[in-house]
Design a protein around this ligand. Structure first.
Ligand SMILES: Cc1cc2nc3c(=O)[nH]c(=O)nc-3n(C[C@H](O)[C@H](O)[C@H](O)COP(=O)(O)OP(=O)(O)OC[C@H]3O[C@@H](n4cnc5c(N)ncnc54)[C@H](O)[C@@H]3O)c2cc1C
Length: 281
């Protein structure tokens, strides 16, 4: 490993469970012992060759076996471009259905992560095609996108399951809200809709204000929902929320940690917090 890679890995360790399955399972057990469920993710995205997709598929199948045999409490997340969407929609659908079939035998839920705009429509259509047959699956929706409330309405009509996030990708102003306040407001609009129309959904954010409104809504709507946070981000808030709520920590692992880490680092205002926490240990 070069010096740059070692330095990168040192920073990435904040957010990823390690480079192999063994470390990821250890971390999952540790979180489970603190009442936190996990959303395990084998890192991979933007795969342009079938050989790489098949390697990723093998890892995802291994992950399901391990979670099942080690009785890990949690779900998995997969990226559409990790499972073949760059190559073709039909190839992605074949792989997604294989994952769903195996996960269903293991009693594990599969989340479809949401990636760049180019893939949003096809990801939602594929999700809606399969979730009727396999109930053990949900989809991530990005509040940053102007279309998202309509997408949520469509998913709700077909009784799907949504994990609501702000969105980690950059988009032009024609299709997305640009400033933090507008993204926040759209998040609240989408969340209101989820509370009034859906039974099962996840509020995935580290934003205290949204978490507070969501826990108030649980009382108002008499619903128990799920919460999600990323490993290494506001861990004490995750632990506190886990005392009374269904808390799920997104736990990525694998060798392809660079792109994921860059997305976390690009949430620039947080970088100083991270560097301080690395220095302080
Ligand atoms: C479970 C889960 C799954 C996700 N899946 C997807 C997905 O499939 N597709 C997608 O586009 N995005 C996904 N995201 C990322 C999400 O879109 C946001 O980029 C990320 O969660 C930051 O937004 P926020 O809601 O926490 O609000 P922000 O306003 O960004 O942050 C709220 C507060 O949290 C803290 N914080 C947030 N991020 C960081 C950080 N990186 N480091 C340190 N502190 C931080 C800060 O204190 C900040 O003030 C996921 C997030 C979660 C929690």
């Amino acid at each position: 490993m070069s010096v740059i890679d070692s330095l990168g890995m040192l920073i990435a360790r904040k957010w990823i469970a390690g480079e192999d399955l063994q470390h990821a399972i250890q971390e999952a057990k540790r979180l489970n012992s603190k009442k936190e469920n996990v959303i395990m993710n084998y890192l991979g995205e933007d795969l342009k060759s079938k050989r790489l997709v098949e390697q990723n598929m093998a890892q995802i199948m291994r992950l399901l076996d391990e979670m099942h045999s080690k009785k890990i409490r949690g779900s998995i997340a997969v990226k559409p471009t990790q499972t073949g969407l760059v190559i073709s929609r039909s190839y992605f659908e074949k792989n997604y259905s294989e994952i769903l079939a195996k996960a269903s035998r293991c009693g594990i839920t599969v989340w479809l992560d949401m990636e760049q705009y180019l893939f949003v429509s096809s990801t939602i259509s594929t999700y809606l095609k399969f979730h009727g047959r396999y109930k053990n699956t949900g989809i991530c929706i990005q509040a940053k996108l102007k279309r998202s409330l309509k997408d949520i309405e469509r998913i709700a009509r077909q009784k799907g399951m949504v994990r609501l996030v702000k969105g980690a990708y950059k988009y032009p102003s024609t299709i997305s809200f640009q400033d933090k306040r507008s993204v926040y407001n759209n998040y609240l609009r989408c969340m209101d809709y989820l509370f009034s129309h859906m039974e099962r959904f996840m509020i995935a954010t580290h934003d205290d204000s949204i978490i507070r409104i969501a826990t108030d809504n649980e009382k108002k709507y008499r619903k128990k929902i799920s919460f999600g946070m990323l490993k290494g981000v506001r861990s004490s808030l995750a632990a506190k929320t886990a005392e009374s709520e269904d808390m799920n920590v997104y736990l990525p692992y694998g060798e392809e940690w660079m792109k994921y880490s860059i997305r976390r680092l690009s949430e620039w205002e947080h970088t100083k917090i991270i560097i301080r926490s690395i220095i302080q240990g």
